[in-house]
Ligand binder design. Structure first.
Ligand code: PLP
Length: 240
């Protein structure tokens, strides 16, 4: 019995098909003009199983844990697939002293939740001759247990990040409270548009990363450009 036996490729394929259908339906129903990308969130899923999503046309992975990613990245099939190179975004809580382990192997850090973290990413990116794309994580529900900036602090933070030469802010990310997602996604959309309208030099607001298995349809409705889905694709993590 291998851990791979807990996963059925057919089920994963069907899950992805249904999620895509739901996203499309929501986009049409709410007249969403931009595309909404489906990210596969890989935590606890064996890399051999994660590789199945490339066959289904998902080319965006979300990683939560530095150590887990280090153990999996060489098994991921990150070569070009019909002209598309899969991208890997870091979406988990990131300690400043761990940035060095992912700086070369990650395409975007979505979970920038402090100025100190942004400074360290900027410093290391410069040392590695790259510009790192980042999102600013917003604690839209004001929850103690969650990371991210208070919405009221977002603009001043972004102004500080805009002057850092080796990071490029692409937008916002959030994990809202599990209830009333309409309210919180609505507030995120408002914040996103407010910041966009300010045209802060050196930052762009093109990515709004929000929505997980239980609320991605609602997130699409409020303009999410990336929904991050784990359980909905690979099944429950409870029994792994
Ligand atoms: C785990 C996780 C997800 C996906 O959650 P599911 O409920 O399994 O879809 C999305 N975003 C972040 C930041 C996560 O940690």
């Amino acid at each position: 019995m291998s851990v791979l036996d807990n996963y059925n490729p057919q089920t994963i394929r069907e899950n992805i098909r249904v999620i895509r259908e739901n996203i499309e339906e929501a986009r049409q129903k709410y007249g969403i003009p931009h595309k909404t990308e489906l990210m596969a969130v890989t935590k606890t899923v064996p890399p051999e199983v994660v590789n199945l999503v490339f066959q289904e046309g998902i080319f965006l992975l979300g990683e939560n844990r530095v150590q887990e990613y280090q153990g999996k990245k060489d098994i991921y099939d990150l070569k070009e697939h019909n002209g598309i190179v899969p991208q890997v975004h870091f979406i988990g809580n990131l300690q400043t002293n761990k940035v060095k382990y992912i700086i070369d192997d990650i395409d975007m850090i979505q979970s920038v939740d402090s100025l100190k973290l942004a400074q360290e990413i900027n410093r290391l990116a410069a040392a590695h001759n790259k510009v790192m794309d980042v999102l600013c994580e917003v604690n839209i529900g004001g929850e103690e247990s969650k990371g991210g900036f208070a919405p009221a602090d977002a603009v001043s933070l972004l102004e500080q990040l805009s002057s850092m030469e080796s990071i490029k802010v692409r937008g916002l990310m959030t994990i809202p409270p599990p209830v009333d997602s309409d309210v919180y996604f609505g507030r995120m959309a408002e914040l996103f548009n407010t910041i966009k309208d300010r045209n802060i030099e050196g930052i762009s607001m093109e990515v709004l990363s929000m929505g997980m298995t239980h609320d991605y349809v609602n997130a699409v409705k409020f303009g999410s450009t990336i929904v991050r889905v784990g359980t909905g694709i690979f099944g429950s993590r409870t029994y792994r």
